[in-house]
Design a protein around this ligand. Sequence first.
Ligand SMILES: *Cc1c(COP(=O)(O)O)cnc(C)c1O
Length: 383
Amino acid sequence: MKVPLLNLKVQYEAIKDEIDQAVAEVFVSQQFINGPQVVELEKAVAEYSGCAHGVGVSSGSDALLIALMAEDIGPGDEVITTPYTFFATAGAIARVGAKPVFVDIDPDTFNINPNLIEQAVTERTRAIIPVHLFGQMADMDPIMDLVHSLNQKPKTKNQKPTIVIEDAAQAIGAEYKGRRAGSIGDYGTFSFFPSKNLGGAGDGGLVVCQDAERAERLKILRNHGSMPKYFHKFIGGNFRLDTLQAAVVLAKLKYLDAWTVARQEHARVYRESGLSENRIMLPKECMDRHIYNQFVIRCQDRDGLKRHLADKDIGTEVYYPLPLHLQECFAYLGYSQGAFPQAELAAQESLALPIDPLLSAAMLEYVVFTINQKPTIKNQQPE
Ligand SMILES: *Cc1c(COP(=O)(O)O)cnc(C)c1O
């Protein structure tokens, strides 16, 4: 048997007629830029996420970038985030000329540890970007409380308030104390990269926010800062979401909840399969609604396990093998090995198992069987 990490071909076959029709409609209209599907998707995702406004953009990376641009964050500013995330989170900070400041993760959730944020705050801190990694939200209450208290303090001249951008690229529909990913911070950013829970047919993304003025500014910025046409208020860029992508994502949105339930069901199967007895640490569910963009286990002999599964045709992936503070391009920030021990350990031990909603019961059983077959998985250190 072969078990792929992602099963997108099967997904397409299951809903081919609807996708093909959505694409055909865009071709008939020839409105490839700013077509009605873009507006429709913006409304639908905003509503799905408990937000007042949605602004479609060209990718999840550009969603982060444009949110930072909308707040005029740039040289001289610092932005706090996690070193254990996809590159784009910190890449966007550096792209606007600001300085990424990393804070270690909570090993239970792989998300930024809110207790360590305050000591990283300086008077230059303009934003915090918590990432809801693998589909589980970061612990938002202490983060919002901290930002609130920072913004209460008297400011030095020209000092602007600190904001929160939720990187929800992996967490559309995830919940924290009844609130959805993207709805708690000042901005939330989503990605429609094909491997995300709601993936398009290429690149795409969306920014949500509760504030009408912010939404308006994002719309101007994604279109070269032009308002009205050919009169440029800001220096923006071309960060538009293609109508074709919006049409495909819109067609898939109505399946998202069913797919999420299937992912959660797969997670339950893994949990009840006796995997943890085989000296693997299963992901902890600490927040309300984990949407399992990835099912990430920890194992001391991670590389050995990955090889063993690859030999048996089971797809896995390491998210992420090198934390961002140790990336060559961030050497100028001056972090060294050991700076963030939990992120570094996670990078050595984590392995994503197949959790695609359309995997069969037999496939999951085969994954469990194959993992349990490997006798040499070493035990975790007691915590
Ligand atoms: C995928 C992802 C992004 C970037 O999204 P793209 O659409 O690929 O640009 C940003 N942050 C996180 C955490 C992601 O997983």
